[in-house]
Design a protein around this ligand. Sequence first.
Ligand code: F6P
Length: 528
Amino acid sequence: MPEGGSASSRLDAAWAELYTQHQRLAGVHPVTLFERDPERFEHCSASAAGLLLDWSRQRIDAAALSALGALAEAAGVTEGIEAMFRGDAINVIEGRAVLHAALRQPAGAGIGGAAIEAQVLAERARMLAFAGSVRASGEFDDVVHLGIGGSDLGPAMALQALRHHATGGPRVRFAANVDGCALSDLLAEVDPRRTLFIVVSKTFTTQETLANARSARAWLVERLGEGAVPAHFAAVSVNGAAMDAFGIHPQRRFQMWDWVGGRYSLWSSVGVSLAIALGAARFGELLAGAHAMDQHFREAPWSRNLPVLMALLGVWNIDCERLPTLAVLPYDSRLARFPAFLQQLDMESNGKRVGLDGQPVGYGTAPVVWGEPGNEAQHSFFQMLHQGRPRAALDILIGLRSSCGREDHQELAIANALAQAEALLRGRRGEGVTPQQVQEGGRPLSLLVFDRLDPATLGALVALYEHKVFVQSRVWGINAFDQFGVELGKRIAGEVAEAMRQGDASAAVSPSLRGVLAHVRARRGAAP
Ligand code: F6P
């Protein structure tokens, strides 16, 4: 790579070199790469914070990887990492710092500066004291968490993943969807006298969450009277006035900050329901696992740095191999919601087409993330992964110990995961194999292996993907921390709801909306 020159010419040169490397490897089957380098597994794997990343089945070699490393350097990844941990306003579009890593720091780490650290530790202590009192008092049998998007997916995913650690506290469940069905199902099962509702919304303006929160409030008031609200509702938000208006007691409200995005907020008081389910010690282990990944991310050279490597392999697959989708396949069914969590993390962060400079980005950006527990998916969509025309990049997640104490079953799960990885690598061809039976192999996949799904491992896993997303945003020159794309739909939803109430759409709406609204009205009648 040429020395000197402008940052943008260095970046252009790094991209050009990357494409040259890709041309060189075009048509090379990954199996051949193992023949060229018998120690490929050792050269193409790295570990940190209890996770092993094995990218040996990707169609990449040392020279191509080093071109990716040069691209990361030219894109300012190293400076970006330091700026994030320092608390610089790296969300330049909104003028905000990005400090989810500060939320999981232990005392003395100083991430984001002394003032941020003090705020985080104080609010964490308040939240954990509250969670502890809810667990210890025996006052509640059920906790109902009401939120959506980043105010739901993280805690809901984590509680499902760590269900085997959630003992000794009330039952914690989640309702997010605006249709109210999840809420109705929960309300049918709980006793109002023994239920705590926690409304989680950074803005406290989100239509779905407020609809569910108001319905839950009305249900409670109908049974116990208005005076029961302060004792049966808690909330997490930056919006104190809205919490006042709702009637949230000052001691039952917890703070968020502008410098944490919803999809990065699991570690804050947004995780209060999780802390109630797990207890403070386990919740602390989750934070510690994430912090261990943060330290690794900050300190390890790019060639051993798991989030950087995963990000660069993703760039390779998206922009060179032209694979726009990433399937995430956990071989631990307790991680069933992990792909859904990653969908928001990755696609809401990097699903963008305009860069920080206001110009269209010349590369593919966020992958379409999808996935299911791997073993069950073998019996549904794996056929396409093996032989279909659209190809996907794959992350296969493997826990070495059972989450439910069934080691005999987990042994089979591991065997299945490794067998699939082998089949996807090697394929099937040769004598006696009919054309319909041929499998090309060479499907690009990485393995992520961990000892067992415990709070620390989950924390490290989530932080790994968070940082992967950040590194990719630096490489593509986009801002991972805004989400302007969702705003138009939110605004129109308000307008449509109003039009349904009034029975009259404004002249500004499209003819198709006007037509379907007339149909809705004819079939449903006026909105209640
Ligand atoms: O869907 C967009 C979004 O703004 C997400 O970014 C966010 O996590 C979610 O809505 C919920 O927002 P809030 O926490 O403000 O209710």
